[in-house]
Design a protein around this ligand. Structure first.
Ligand code: FES
Length: 337
């Protein structure tokens, strides 16, 4: 943790862990507009507080990264303005940053205030300023507060607070985004006659029209991605040449490289099978009995309809560390490694 003096808001936030944040998202529930309900959960899975704390506590962070086979970019401070472009609420990020900063500069957080209430306070201020429904600013308000908790006030204030999506996509209404997400554009004019070669659209960036590919019915999402031969490895070094925009290695649920978050169409992916269920906790991505969770291994999840996913910026065996935390051996392991 930072040695700099924390603001009262950070002191308040630091009383909450990932479980408390998950509970808060559940409490907020319908207060979050449908367009961002899954996106908020996905973002909190991509940037767990426990991951940051593990690296802050490590005597040798580089060694820990090696040990957990970490790849990509997992520090939120390196992507403070860009990590949440897949939330509709991203367009309110400058106002959210200002509202969170104002709250951090203010006095104590009143005793008894819940995390959900503080999120609501930020969301209300932003909704008032932008004259939009509060439900549209609630998810990004939660993201803003978690971001402050992870990066600290100085770093939080340092970035410009930019909106990183183009004007055309900025103009879309939440209803348009939801309609587009559910659209089945894969079948062509006589698609209803097709049986064996049905193809589904998989969108992996809703803010760019060319970031989508087709998957044949019941094909693994990562295999569908492989048909896109553009040089995605130039943008994400985890990608393999000619294997598409989703980073993959084993294609057998062993490496965790191919995980994705599902913004829409989770019901259009095949149910998890035992191997995906068994490996997810080892990677530290998700532990759930939900047969169609929002976090999937794309080399296992098969497309049975249109789907919109997001590719996280890192992968690794973080679950190994979480297991050690549960067993109370995390620090010794880090110190003695
Ligand atoms: S590519 Fe290794 S788990 Fe999917």
């Amino acid at each position: 943790m930072s040695s700099k003096r924390e603001t009262p808001l950070e002191v308040f936030l630091n009383r909450h862990d990932d479980a408390a944040w998950r509970e808060t998202l559940t409490t907020l529930g319908a207060a979050v507009h449908e367009v961002d309900r899954n996106a908020a959960r996905v973002w909190f899975h991509f940037y767990p507080l426990a991951l940051l704390r593990a690296f802050q506590a490590a005597a040798d962070p580089a060694r820990l990264a090696q040990e957990l086979l970490m790849q990509g970019s997992w520090y939120l401070k390196d992507q403070l303005d860009s990590s949440h472009t897949f939330l509709y609420g991203h367009r309110f990020w400058p106002e959210v940053k200002r509202a969170v900063a104002r709250l951090a500069e203010g006095g104590e957080v009143p005793e008894g205030r819940t995390l959900a209430e503080v999120v609501g306070e930020v969301a209300r201020a932003v909704a008032g300023e932008r004259k939009v429904e509060e439900s549209l600013t609630t998810a990004i308000a939660a993201v803003g507060l978690m971001a402050l908790q992870q990066v600290g006030f100085e770093e939080f204030r340092r970035t410009p607070g930019e909106v990183r999506i183009d004007r055309r996509h900025l103009r879309r209404t939440p209803e348009e985004v939801l309609r587009e997400r559910a659209k089945d554009e894969g079948q062509g004019l006589f698609g209803f006659l097709r049986t064996s070669d049905r193809r589904w659209t998989v969108v992996w960036d809703e803010n760019a029209d060319d970031r989508r590919f087709k998957a044949v019915d019941k094909q693994e999402v990562a295999s569908g991605a492989q048909t896109d031969k553009r040089p995605w490895h130039e943008q994400d070094p985890r990608c393999t040449v000619d294997e598409g925009p989703i980073p993959v290695q084993c294609r057998s649920a062993s490496c965790g490289t191919c995980w994705v978050g599902v913004l829409g169409g989770a019901e259009n992916l095949s149910e998890t099978e035992w191997r995906e269920r068994k490996m997810m906790p080892l990677f530290g991505y998700v532990e759930t009995d939900d047969p169609r969770p929002l976090i999937r291994l794309s080399c296992q999840a098969r497309a049975e309809g249109p789907v919109s996913v997001v590719i996280p910026p890192w992968n690794g065996y973080f679950g190994k560390h979480l297991k050690r935390v549960r067993e109370g051996t995390a620090e010794e392991s880090v110190a003695s490694s």
